[in-house]
Write a protein that binds this ligand. Structure first.
Ligand code: C2E
Ligand code: CA
Ligand code: CA
Length: 704
C-alpha cells in the first residue's frame, strides 16, 4: 500500500469514488435492462399467449353456440328459422375469424399441427353442418340422423382439437412464465453479485485510502508533538509525493528551523554575544554541577574571578566600541591560557570574567591565575593604539572556602576585591578577608550586619524647580552609621557592594524605606516625588521591575512620583538587559533619569533610544560653572539637546547663587546642591521643606 503515498490524495479519492460510481452505474443499468427484458417477456405473454387462449375460447364458444342453434332449428317453423340462420352465420364468422387470427398469430408455427387439425375439423364440421341445414330445410327425416351422426361428432372433434390447442397454449404460457422466472432470478443474482462487488470495492478503497491518510497523519501528529516537547531527532515518517508528503516535508523543514532557532536562543541565553563566551547563567550552572561532582568524587573545584582594572577609563576615553573590542581581545587571551575542555571561561558581567576549574585545587588554580596574568601582560592593540591592560584575580576553592556555588563565587569576589585594593594581581581567598580588607573597610559580613542591624539610613536632598523656586522632589542618598566608625559615605561601600552583588539587597532596602517615608509624607499632605539611585547589577537583574511594583503596591506610594537614577555606564555595561528592564519600568509608569551625565560615554544619540524622562548634568560641570567657560559650553549645549529630546534637565552640585542664576538663564529645569541644602535625614528634611517654601523669593541667599 506504500505506492499509494505517491498518488495525490485528491486523485486517490477521485479514483475510488469513480470506481464505486461506475460499479453502481453498472448495477443500475443491469437492473434496468433486466426489468426491460422481464417486461418484454410479460408483454409477449400477454399479447400472444393470452390473446391466443382468448381466440381459442372464442372459437370454441362460437362453435358450441352454432351447434345449439342447429338444435333449435328442429323445433322452429320455417319463418322463425330465418333469424336463426343469421345468428348461425354470425357465430360462424366469429369462429372463423378467431381461427384465421390464430393462424396468423406470431407463434402459430409452434401450434401448426394442432391448428391444422382444428382447421380440418372445422371444415368437416362446416360440411356436416351445411348438409344438416339442407336436410332441415327439406324437412327430411335424415336431418336429425345427420345431425347426431355427423355434425355433432365433427363438432366434438373440433372442440377437442381446440381444447388441445388451449392446453398447448397454456403449456406454452407456463413455459414462458418459467422463462421469465429464470430470467428474473438470473438477473437478481447478477445484480446482487455486482452490488456486492461494488460494496467490496467501496470498502477496500475506503480502507486503503483512510489508512494511507490516517497512518502518516498520526505519525505526523507525533512528529509535531515531539517538536513541541523539544525532541528534534524523532523519526520522520516516510514522505511520498502526495499532499501528506508535502505536509511532512514542510513539517520537517519547520522542525529544522525551530531546532536551529532554539539552538540560537540557548546560545544567546547562555552565551555572551560580544565575546562568545558562556555567560553568568551558564557559568553558575556549570559551577553548581562541578561542586556536586566534587562532593561525589571527593575532589577539589576552583573558581577564578577576574575584573579588568581601569576598564571604565578605557570605555570613557576611547569610547564603547573600543571597550567592546578590548573585551573581545581579553576573552581571546583568556581562552588561549585555559585549554582544557573541562574548564570554562565565562564573561559574567561588564568587565568581569570567571574561570571554572572543575577538578583543580587552590594551588593549581594559582598556577592558572599566574598564566592568565602573564597572558594579559603584553599590551593589546586597539585600533592602532597599544593599550596596557591589567586585571585582578580572586580565587576560591571547594571545599576549603565554601561548599556551595554561590558561596564560592562571593568568596572569589572578595578575594578579587582584596587583590584589586592591593594591586597584587591575584589573591586566594582567606577567611580573615571577609572580616577586614586592606583598607580596613569591613566587608561583606559587615554589610550584611549593617542591613540586619538597621545601620543604614536615608538622607534626602531637595531638587528645586527653577521657574517657580519650589521643591517638589528629592534625591534619596544612603548613609551607613557604623557602630564604631561613625557615618560612612556611600562612595566607600557602594562600589564594594556592587562588586559583590550585595548592592541588590541595599537597593531593595533603599527603595522600600524611601517609598515608605515618601508615602508617609504623602499622607501628611506633602506630595513629594523621590529619585532613587540604581546600579548596574540592579539593572541587569530580571526581577527589578517586579520588585519595584511590589514595593509600590505595599507602600501605596504613587508610581508616577518615583524616579530611578541610572548612570550611562550602568546601561552600557549590558545594554540589552538594561533596555529590557528600563522599558518594563517605564511601561509601569516609573520615571527614569540619567545620572552623572557628561562623565561617561555621553551619547545623546543612544539616549534617544532609551525610555528616560530626565537628565542630570554631573556636578563636576556645574560646580565651577561661573568660573569655567568650557563648562558653560557643555552645560548650555547639554540643556539645549536634552530639551530638544523633551527631557527634564537637572543640574547637580549647585553651590552658589551665581551658578543658580546662570542655570536659570540657560533654561535648566531643576537644580540640586549644597546651595539649597545638603542631604538631610528625613525629619530634618521635612522641617527644612516647611521652613523654606521658595528660593526664588529670597534671591539674596548667601553662598554656602
Ligand atoms: P550621586 O548620585 O551623584 O549623588 C549626588 C552626590 O552629590 C551625593 O553624594 C551628594 O551628597 C553630593 N552633592 C549634592 N550636592 C552637592 C554639592 O552642591 N556639591 C558637592 N560637591 N556635592 C554635592 P553622596 O551622598 O556621597 O553619594 C555619592 C554617590 O553614592 C551618589 O552619587 C550615588 O552614586 C551613590 N549613592 C548614594 N546613595 C545611593 C543609593 O542608595 N544607592 C546607590 N546605588 N547608590 C547610591
Ligand atoms: Ca544620583
Ligand atoms: Ca549624580
Amino acid at each position: 500500500m506504500r505506492f499509494l503515498s505517491n498518488v495525490p490524495i485528491a486523485i486517490r479519492l477521485a479514483g475510488a469514488f469513480s470506481a464505486v460510481l461506475a460499479l453502481l452505474g453498472a448495477v443500475i443499468l443491469l437492473g434496468l435492462n433486466q426489468i426491460d427484458r422481464i417486461g418484454e417477456s410479460s408483454r409477449q405473454l400477454a399479447s400472444t399467449s393470452l390473446q391466443n387462449v382468448i381466440l381459442v375460447h372464442n372459437a370454441q364458444g362460437a362453435a358450441q353456440a352454432g351447434a345449439s342453434l342447429l338444435h333449435s332449428l328442429f323445433l322452429l317453423d320455417r319463418e322463425k328459422r330465418i333469424p336463426v340462420y343469421a345468428r348461425i352465420d354470425q357465430n360462424a364468422r366469429i369462429r372463423d375469424t378467431a381461427i384465421s387470427e390464430l393462424l396468423v398469430s406470431s407463434d402459430a408455427t409452434k401450434f401448426r399441427p394442432t391448428l391444422m387439425r382444428v382447421v380440418k375439423a372445422r371444415d368437416a364440421f362446416v360440411v356436416a353442418f351445411n348438409q344438416t341445414v339442407d336436410e332441415v330445410e327439406m324437412e327430411s327425416g335424415v336431418a336429425r340422423w345427420l345431425m347426431l351422426s355427423k355434425t355433432m361428432p365433427a363438432l366434438q372433434t373440433m372442440l377437442d382439437d381446440l381444447d388441445e390447442l388451449v392446453q398447448l397454449q397454456s403449456q406454452y404460457a407456463n413455459e414462458m412464465i418459467q422463462g421469465i422466472q429464470t430470467q428474473q432470478s438470473a438477473g437478481r443474482q447478477r445484480i446482487l453479485l455486482l452490488g456486492l462487488a461494488s460494496l467490496l470495492v467501496a470498502c477496500v478503497s475506503a480502507f486503503a485510502i483512510t489508512r494511507s491518510i490516517s497512518r502518516p497523519l498520526a505519525q505526523t501528529a507525533k512528529l509535531a508533538r515531539d517538536v513541541a516537547a523539544g525532541n528534534f531527532d524523532g523519526e520522520i515518517p516516510k514522505a511520498g509525493r502526495d499532499e501528506m508528503g508535502v505536509l511532512i516535508r514542510a513539517l520537517d523543514e519547520m522542525r529544522g528551523g525551530i531546532a536551529a532557532r532554539e539552538r540560537r536562543i540557548v546560545e544567546l541565553a547562555y552565551h555572551d554575544v560580544l565575546t562568545g563566551l558562556p555567560n553568568r547563567t551558564l557559568f553558575s550552572d556549570r559551577l553548581q554541577q562541578a561542586v556536586k561532582a566534587a562532593v561525589r568524587g571527593n575532589h577539589a573545584v576552583s573558581v577564578i574571578v577576574m575584573d579588568l582594572d581601569r576598564f571604565k577609563q578605557v570605555n570613557d576615553v576611547l569610547g564603547h566600541p573600543v571597550g567592546d573590542e578590548l573585551l573581545g581581545k581579553v576573552a581571546d587571551r583568556l581562552r588561549s591560557v585555559v585549554l582544557r575542555d573541562s574548564d570554562t571561561v565565562a564573561r559574567i558581567g561588564g568587565d568581569e570574567f570567571a574561570v571554572l576549574l572543575p577538578t583543580q585545587t587552590g594551588a593549581e588554580a594559582i598556577i592558572v591565575a599566574k598564566r592568565l596574568l602573564a597572558a594579559l601582560e603584553e599590551p593589546i592593540s586597539l585600533q592602532g593604539q597599544l593599550v596596557d591592560v591589567s586585571a585582578s584575580f580572586g580565587l576560591a576553592s571547594f571545599p576549603e572556602h565554601g561548599h556551595e556555588a554561590a558561596e564560592l563565587m562571593s568568596r572569589a569576589d572578595i578575594a578579587m576585591y582584596v587583590a584589586k585594593q592591593a594591586g597584587s594581581g591575584y589573591v586566594l581567598f582567606e577567611s580573615n578577608q571577609e572580616r577586614s580588607s586592606e583598607h580596613g573597610l569591613t566587608l561583606l559580613s559587615d554589610l550584611r550586619h549593617a542591613l540586619e542591624n538597621n545601620e543604614f539610613l536615608l538622607n534626602f536632598q531637595p531638587k528645586m524647580r527653577l521657574g517657580s523656586g519650589v521643591c517638589n522632589s528629592a534625591e534619596v542618598l544612603i548613609r551607613w552609621k557604623h557602630p564604631t566608625r561613625g557615618l560612612i559615605p556611600p562612595d566607600q561601600f557602594i562600589p564594594f557592594a556592587e562588586q559583590t552583588g550585595f548592592i541588590k539587597s541595599i537597593t531593595r532596602w533603599v527603595l522600600e524605606n524611601a517609598c515608605k517615608q515618601a508615602a508617609a509624607w504623602h499622607a501628611q499632605g506633602l506630595p513629594l516625588a523621590i529619585n532613587v539611585n540604581i546600579s548596574t547589577r540592579d539593572l541587569v537583574s530580571h526581577d527589578l521591575p517586579s520588585f519595584v511594583a511590589e514595593i509600590l503596591q505595599q507602600t501605596g506610594f504613587p508610581t508616577e512620583l518615583l524616579c530611578l537614577e541610572i548612570t550611562e555606564s550602568a546601561i552600557m555595561d549590558d545594554p540589552v538587559h538594561a533596555l529590557a528592564s528600563l522599558t518594563r519600568l517605564n511601561a509601569m509608569g516609573v520615571k527614569l533619569s540619567i545620572d552623572d551625565f557628561g562623565t561617561g560615554y555621553s551619547s545623546l544619540a543612544y539616549l534617544k533610544k532609551l525610555p528616560v524622562q530626565e537628565l542630570k548634568i554631573d556636578r563636576s560641570f556645574v560646580m565651577n560653572l561661573d568660573a569655567d567657560a568650557g563648562d558653560e559650553v557643555i552645560v548650555r549645549s547639554t540643556i539645549e539637546l536634552a530639551h530638544n529630546m523633551g527631557l527634564n534637565v537637572v543640574a547637580e552640585g549647585v553651590e552658589n547663587a551665581r551658578v543658580l542664576q546662570q542655570l536659570t538663564e540657560l533654561g535648566c529645569n531643576e537644580a540640586q546642591g549644597y546651595f539649597f541644602s545638603r542631604p538631610l535625614p528625613a525629619q530634618e528634611f521635612s522641617a527644612w521643606l516647611k521652613a523654606v517654601p521658595s528660593f526664588l523669593a529670597q534671591p539674596a541667599h548667601a553662598d554656602t
